[in-house]
Design a protein. Structure first.
Length: 268
């Protein structure tokens, strides 16, 4: 048994004390949550300003895509950080999600902040769909949590802007339902991500190892679909130690931009 009079040594310079509360919670995370509403208001104001600026440039009417420009900037910012640090930070994703919900709520109350028609429920619904589309890959370690939150932010804004598609249909554009935009933006991102993966495979030229890796990923997806998510996650965690990390935020961003560009510019 230990000496009851002994004392725990104070932290030294070589072993600094960690700054957590009694529950072991990450204080930095809660600081980000506390700042998120302020940052969300900034994103919201940027969307409204972009709407007014677009209207001034196009006085004859037509689709006002000012808020979508702000959304694309947010996606590019998240992708750039992901490519640099292999992580999409919460101070980008949380405010994007929250500001999208704010837009939807303002639309419900008839506040003319922009040309969007989607309400709060549509914004939240598209946020949830964005999460669900990437959840299987998250569960097997194929993408990071930040990538999922990035797509959720995209869904929040898309839901508030497009709604049921009435805005785009009214100005002669393709009838873009918000849920369709979220799904096809994700699909385009998956195609771009697959292309990025093929490029990496050709650069590394480790054909056998890569083929084995894809077989294992496919097997884990089957395990996840059959209800054995815990085993799939465990195997994926071991596999992550030896694979080359791809900042998936980049193909997600490129996919979103390609889809929006195709529908709103090429087909508009």
């Amino acid at each position: 048994m230990g000496n009851p009079d002994s004392k725990t040594p104070a932290p030294t310079a070589d072993a600094p004390a960690t700054e957590t509360d009694d529950l072991g919670l990450d204080r930095e995370f809660f600081l980000i949550l506390a700042r998120a509403p302020v940052l969300a208001l900034i994103w919201l104001a940027a969307g409204a300003a972009a709407h007014q600026f677009w209207a001034a440039l196009s006085p004859t009417g037509g689709l006002n895509a000012g808020p979508l420009v702000v959304l694309c900037f947010g996606m590019v910012l998240a992708a750039f950080i992901d490519g640099w640090a292999l992580k999409v930070p919460n101070w980008v994703t949380f405010p994007l999600i929250l500001s999208g919900w704010m837009q939807g709520a303002l639309h419900d109350f008839g506040v003319p902040i922009d040309a969007g028609t989607g309400g709060f429920l549509m914004s939240v619904g598209c946020t949830a769909v964005g999460f669900l589309l990437l959840f299987p890959m998250l569960a097997i370690g194929g993408v990071g949590v930040g990538d999922v939150k990035m797509q959720m932010g995209f869904g929040a804004w898309v839901g508030a802007y497009f709604g049921s598609g009435a805005t785009t249909a009214a100005v002669g554009q393709a009838d873009l339902h918000a849920l369709m935009v979220v799904f096809w933006g994700f699909a385009y991102g998956a195609l771009v991500g697959g292309a990025f993966g093929l490029i990496i495979i050709f650069i590394r030229r480790q054909w056998g190892a890569n083929a084995q890796m894809y077989r294992e990923i496919g097997g884990d997806l089957v395990r996840f679909a059959s209800g054995n998510a815990a085993e799939a996650a465990k195997r994926a965690e071991e596999r992550r130690k030896k694979w080359v990390k791809l900042p998936y935020g980049i193909p997600l961003c490129v996919g979103f931009l390609l889809f929006l560009g195709q529908k709103l510019i090429l087909e508009g």
